[in-house]
Design a protein around this ligand. Structure first.
Ligand SMILES: [Cu+2]
Length: 124
């Protein structure tokens, strides 16, 4: 799997070089999964503008989670039953924070604790 991901990256990079686009123009597809420890894996993701993030709540875990945006730059509030997923394509650079309201705490002015995550969108 490591090799195929590397090969895909090489192919994508070569295609971009042929098109004369900067490497940073390559959009990606990122999967964030709820874990049995009530965390997001990975909880921090760095992506390029135009990339799609899919949050999955694996059916095998049998738990309910929630995906709620916090901060003032985006909105999302979705309940994820076991087996559910939701997605968003991030077109603008920025830092997008989210949490599961069932498994985290967030008080005004304090950091989120528990099942919290960050999507960082930047061109480099
Ligand atoms: Cu949760």
């Amino acid at each position: 799997m490591r090799t195929s991901r590397f090969r895909r990256t090489v192919v994508a990079t070569a295609a971009v070089a042929l098109l004369g686009l900067p490497a940073s123009a390559v959009a990606s597809h990122t999967v964030v999964r709820a874990t049995s420890n009530d965390t997001w894996a990975e909880s921090y993701n760095h992506i390029r503008p135009g990339s799609r993030v899919v949050w999955k709540n694996p059916a095998a875990l049998g738990d309910t989670h929630d995906l709620t945006a916090y901060g003032s730059n985006w909105n999302k509030s979705v309940t994820l039953q076991a087996g559910d997923q939701t997605a968003k394509t991030f077109r603008r650079t920025g830092t997008y924070r989210y949490r599961c309201r069932l498994h985290s705490t967030k008080r005004p002015g304090e950091q989120c604790r528990g099942m919290c995550g960050v999507i960082h969108v930047a061109r480099y």
